[in-house]
Write a protein that binds this ligand. Structure first.
Ligand SMILES: [Zn+2]
Length: 458
């Protein structure tokens, strides 16, 4: 079996693992900080068990108490000494800018009212003290008074470790890398639609592992749209709100044939390709049509190790993509993307590669052309290694959901027969909307859990 089921034990694991997962993330962050290297893959070539994917990245609950505060006027910093022994430093300007009072913050929107034009970016302070209810009070030179909650301040501590922990909680950038031995995390479609814990487990695994299989959907159109509504809204493209993958005459896309599709990400012809893809199998071919996926981030790390020159080439050169035709309406797209996107820390953030839409226009100086081909070939060769590709066959009612910024997917050719048409319905979403729902579900599930068993979460 290439799947593992996680939905039913999602919550207990989630509850138990919150704190260790957060600690692990913190430890990992500290290692990175020391080594000064990009984050490692956190789970290398081992079969991911579903339950490994279920940790919430939120920090363990701790109600922090302030022991002492002191203004360092020279440095324009407020020093907070915590009861647990640590200390944090907060710039005066930042504190004034983030005053939480109703004059400075619109409470109903949790949005800043204070204008930058009214902010003295060199402000001093008059009085700082700890209040009776353990808040931090600052009186400013103009007598305005700001009062800060201890936990609120602690989460916003400027130390490298605290910032990394907060970023991990917000963005869940820790990924579990995998290869051909992956057991694809699997959940029940109806549970995901109707149960918040199941939906949270689904989205956490989608973020961490990059692919989750949902079983038990009706084998009829409209299910990917329902699933998108569970999150927010889907991403409209030139292929429509949702799109039907089948063998079509005069196909406007290579996907709409019965031929093999080599491993690719969807839509690099957009400068901002869709982050998440859903594919729902409505009917499968009698023969062929198996799906293939690889972990593009993991493969990129392999390339970085095995062929650093090729990695540098693919992370620096911009490649032209094109997509032209008529569907939702007529379109003539052009984009420029690097095959492998990395962020300022050198962490791989997005793969943009579709051989079918890679343009014949190649805006590179002559001497970069051959090195580009060599590098691309090196990356594709790693992806196509038998050890790296996960193969599965969708059956009617199955929905695969995956990270289109990370996974490359393909399909084997199939026999197209008029009495047994292969039909998949697909839809795109973006990571902003998916992460938004994930954060809301996490809060909901944590609140429910804390009602039941004292406060285990924050
Ligand atoms: Zn204020």
């Amino acid at each position: 079996m290439w799947m593992s089921t996680f939905a039913r034990f999602a919550l207990p694991v989630l509850q138990r693992s919150t704190s260790p997962i957060a600690c692990k993330a913190l430890r990992a962050c500290r290692r990175i900080e020391k080594a000064g290297v990009p984050p490692p893959c956190f789970l290398t070539p081992v079969g991911v068990r579903g339950h490994h994917t279920l940790g919430s990245a939120s920090l363990p609950v701790a109600h922090h108490s302030v022991r002492h505060v002191r203004a360092l006027d020279e440095e324009r910093l407020l020093e907070v000494e915590w009861e647990d022994g640590g200390q944090s430093l907060f710039p005066f300007t930042w504190l004034r800018d983030n005053c939480q009072c109703p004059l400075c913050t619109l409470q109903s929107a949790q949005a800043r009212l204070l204008l930058l034009t009214d902010l003295d970016v060199h402000t001093g302070v008059n009085v700082v003290e700890v209040t009776n209810d353990n808040k931090v009070s600052v009186v400013w030179p103009d007598h305005h008074n700001s009062v800060f909650d201890a936990d609120w301040l602690r989460k916003r501590c400027f130390s490298t470790t605290a910032r990394q922990a907060m970023q991990e909680e917000l963005f869940l950038n820790e990924r579990y890398y995998w290869d051909a031995k992956l057991r694809i995390p699997t959940a029940d479609y109806q549970e995901v639609l109707h149960d918040d814990k199941a939906a949270l487990a689904w989205l956490l695994a989608l973020r961490r592992v990059g692919i989750v299989y949902l079983k038990g959907a009706p084998a009829e159109q409209g299910q990917v749209a329902r699933l998108a509504e569970r999150i927010g809204y889907l991403r409209l493209t030139f292929y429509g709100h949702t799109w039907q993958v089948q063998d079509k005459p005069m196909a406007n896309n290579v996907a709409y044939t019965s031929g093999k599709l080599s491993l690719h990400t969807d839509y690099p012809a957009l400068n901002f390709p869709p982050g998440v893809q859903f594919l729902h199998c409505i009917s499968q071919a009698m023969e062929g049509g198996e799906s293939e996926v690889v972990d593009g981030f993991h493969m990129a790390e392999q390339l970085r190790r095995e062929d650093p020159e090729a990695f540098r080439t693919l992370t620096s050169l911009h490649v032209d993509f094109i997509d032209t035709g008529t569907d939702y309406c007529d379109f003539m797209l052009q984009s420029k993307n690097r095959i492998i996107d990395v962020d300022a820390q050198g962490r791989v953030t997005r793969i943009n590669y579709n051989n079918a839409t890679r343009d014949s226009v190649l805006d590179l100086p002559l001497h970069h052309v051959q090195p580009f081909y060599r590098a691309l070939k090196a990356y594709v060769d790693i992806m196509n290694r038998r050890d790296n590709v996960v193969t599965y066959r969708m059956e009617p009612g199955d929905i695969v959901t995956f990270d289109n910024w990370r996974l490359l997917h393909g399909r084997r050719n199939f026999i197209s027969r008029s009495d047994r048409l292969r039909l998949l319905e697909g839809a795109y979403l973006d990571w902003d909307e998916v992460m938004s729902r994930l954060r809301i579900l996490r809060r909901t599930v944590q609140e429910e859990a804390s009602c039941g068993h004292e406060a285990t979460f924050n």
